[in-house]
Design a protein around this ligand. Structure first.
Ligand code: ADP
Length: 192
């Protein structure tokens, strides 16, 4: 099973990706988590990531593209993966589509989490209280959402055209269990 989970910060992608990964025993590749763990190493790269991520900007493609490529080729991903947080702009999307083609990998499904700004802001503020993530404050959230709507969301048009009926929208303002149910149904119908 090879899935891409797509949607704004705070739409619940991470939660669903992690449930699906556990159920299907495949890795959950969250680029945000991968970058946060690199940041914690505190070396030069970590410092650079910290500066960029703390203000809600995107990490350069030259850093994230090879990280994702390496992961996708690793043994862990031989039975599938759930990609969460990538691709996030046109360069990443072009890179990924080309990479998949070169490596004979097919995506089974792209799930687009649809949620309004008020809902996601509320959820991120709540997460901020619980997890104490340094990029979960109102000003940084605004930057992350602006980036999402400017650079990431427009990719949905490309995905729809490229992946056709493998691209599927989900109402991400619903309860966790209902979203889970909708995804399971879609996977079943698509015989994945
Ligand atoms: P969210 O989507 O909730 O903002 P993530 O955990 O997915 O949070 O990402 C946190 C931060 O990590 C982003 O604001 C960005 O700085 C960086 N990041 C994650 N994925 C990418 C990516 N594909 N390209 C560039 N930067 C990324």
């Amino acid at each position: 099973m090879k899935l891409i989970i797509f949607g704004p910060p705070g739409s619940g992608k991470g939660t669903q990706a992690s449930i699906l990964a556990k159920k299907n025993k495949i890795p959950h590749l969250s680029t945000g988590d991968i970058l946060r763990s690199k940041l914690e190493e505190g070396d030069d790269l970590g410092q650079e990531l910290s500066t960029i991520m703390s203000i809600g900007n995107l990490v350069p493609d030259s850093i994230i593209n090879p990280i994702v490529a390496d992961k996708l080729l690793s043994n862990d991903c031989k039975n599938g993966f759930i990609l969460d947080g990538y691709p996030r702009n046109k360069y990443q999307s072009d890179f990924l589509i080309d990479f998949l083609k070169k490596n004979n990998l097919d995506i089974d499904l792209i799930i687009d989490f649809i949620a309004d700004t008020t809902t996601v802001k509320k959820r991120i503020m709540e997460r901020s209280r619980i997890e104490n993530r340094s990029d979960d404050n109102l000003e940084v959230i605004k930057t992350r959402l602006d980036k999402y709507f400017a650079e990431t969301q427009p990719l949905a048009v490309i995905f729809k055209e490229k992946f056709k009926d493998k691209f599927f929208e989900i109402n991400a303002t619903q309860e966790i269990t209902k979203i889970q149910y909708d995804i399971e149904n879609k996977l079943k119908n698509a015989q994945i």
